[in-house]
Design a protein around this ligand. Structure first.
Ligand SMILES: Cc1ncc(COP(=O)(O)O)c(C=O)c1O
Length: 441
């Protein structure tokens, strides 16, 4: 073991790990001790090819010098500045830089520390926006089945993944859900599926049920990631936009995964040509290096709050670490890295290569669907009868042993490598996964 590497701890009891099978992990730990560009180093010194950009966040790869140095410099210069009633220059600079690459119309940025907080922030802004305009009966929030919007009470209420909801009581009142967009007739589609735009019309049914004047906002992931990578059917998002606009309902795109280049455009809204009223983002904003999230909002939303006495706080919301200097420094250096290396559009260049490699797994054992877009993909496996999730979890463990990091949710393998991946590394990732699928059969 290299001298500068700490040995793995042998007492793992105290740390209650998030979204983890704790007992399984602690009986056979998978420890990462270093990272560089496309690779992690495991505690046994093996190089692991990162097929997931960490957790959909390290879009520029790992330990990029510009970002590391920016954080080191900032922490020595201005470590923290109060977020309320005080400012520091980087927060303003960053907001402008985000607006520069955001879809037209997104003119304001509210900072938080994670995707979950971004979602709660956007939902609260939606409610307060209608109230500020004298439309206080608009209190309902509409999400979608299989949606993932983080783990706050707002996010799990509008979210639609049953295990994230059923253990936690009654959740927020006044929430309804549209159907998910995963249709059997779209199986093995390359890119955006043909069928399912009409599922957006379900929003009309919900409007007819509750009355448009009671609905504040609809929130969807433009491409649903965490539930297992579900693409929006062609025309679906535009229909949602048309229906929400017709009824005065705000449309929120949760771009915590799709933001910062995942689909080949800075944001999915640009990729699909559909502009919502708010966008949530996090993850790739700082390349995953320091926690940070943000809500982007139109001038119409922001300006609705800018009334009343000028000494009064306009929005009673914020976090101790909203726009903290170190996150801002990391984000600015991240945006510089993305710009310098063309990473926000690189997924578009690699999309076909990625797609063909991924769909090459079609005839592998137990593969029942493959989906892809930009630099994201999913391989869905047939569940083992009576043991949902087990087949994919076994593949995940074997894949790690074979030197690749993948992510599984249920029996779906999700892949989202850093946007710096080379074609040879795509071959290695998919080739190794193919071998593991055969071994695991
Ligand atoms: C679409 C979406 N929203 C929200 C979140 C929550 O983000 P965080 O884990 O940073 O709270 C995620 C995380 O994967 C996500 O994919």
């Amino acid at each position: 073991m290299p001298l500068d590497r700490k040995p793995a701890p042998n007492d793992l009891r105290a740390f209650w790990m998030p979204y983890t099978a704790n007992r399984q992990f602690k009986s056979a730990p998978r420890m990462l001790v270093a990272s560089k560009d496309m690779h992690y180093t495991a505690s046994d010194d093996r190089q692991i090819l990162d097929g997931t950009a960490g957790l959909w966040c390290c879009n520029a790869g790992h330990c990029r010098p510009r970002i590391t140095e920016a954080v080191q410099k900032q922490v020595a210069e201005l470590d923290y500045a109060p977020a309320f009633q005080m400012g520091h220059p980087l927060a303003f600079e960053l907001a402008n830089r985000i607006v520069d690459i955001a879809p037209d119309g997104m003119e304001h940025v509210f900072y938080c520390n994670s995707g979950s907080e971004a979602v709660d922030t956007a939902l609260k802004i939606a409610l307060a926006y209608h109230r500020a305009r004298g439309d206080a009966s608009r209190t309902r929030l509409i999400g979608r089945e299989r949606g993932y919007h983080g783990t706050g009470f707002g996010g799990i209420s509008v979210g639609g993944i049953v295990n994230n909801r059923r253990h936690f009581g009654t959740l927020l009142a006044g929430v309804d859900h549209m159907p998910h967009t995963h249709l059997p007739e779209n199986v093995f589609t390359k890119g955006q599926p043909e069928h399912g735009a009409n599922l957006a019309d379900e929003l009309e049914r919900i409007v007819a049920l509750h009355g448009a004047e009671t609905i504040a906002a609809v929130i969807v992931e433009p491409m649903a990631g965490s539930t297992g990578v579900l693409m929006p059917p062609k025309g679906y998002l535009q229909r949602l936009r048309d229906i929400t606009r017709k009824h005065g309902i705000l449309l929120i795109f949760d771009e915590v995964i799709t933001g910062f280049g995942r689909l080949g455009s800075p944001f999915a809204a640009q990729h699909f040509g559909v502009i919502p009223d708010m966008i949530t983002c996090a993850k790739g904003l700082t390349n995953g290096v320091i926690p940070m999230g943000a809500v982007l909002a139109t001038a119409q939303i922001h300006d609705a709050f800018m009334q009343g006495p000028e000494h009064m706080i306009e929005l009673f919301h914020g976090y101790t670490y909203s726009g903290n200097p170190i996150s801002c420094a990391a984000a600015l250096a991240t945006l510089d890295t993305y710009a310098e290396e063309g990473l926000l559009t690189r997924a578009a260049d690699l999309e076909i290569y990625w797609q063909e490699a991924l769909h090459g797994l079609r005839d592998h054992p137990n593969v029942i669907d493959i989906r892809n877009m930009g630099l994201i993909g999913a391989v869905e496996l047939a569940p083992i009868t009576g043991e949902p999730g087990k087949r994919a979890f076994d593949v995940f463990v074997k894949a790690f042993e074979a030197g690749i990091l993948i992510r599984v949710t249920g029996d779906i393998i999700a892949l989202s490598p850093p946007l710096i991946i080379s074609e040879a590394q795509i071959d290695e990732l998919i080739g190794t996964l193919g071998q593991v699928l055969k071994q695991a059969a």
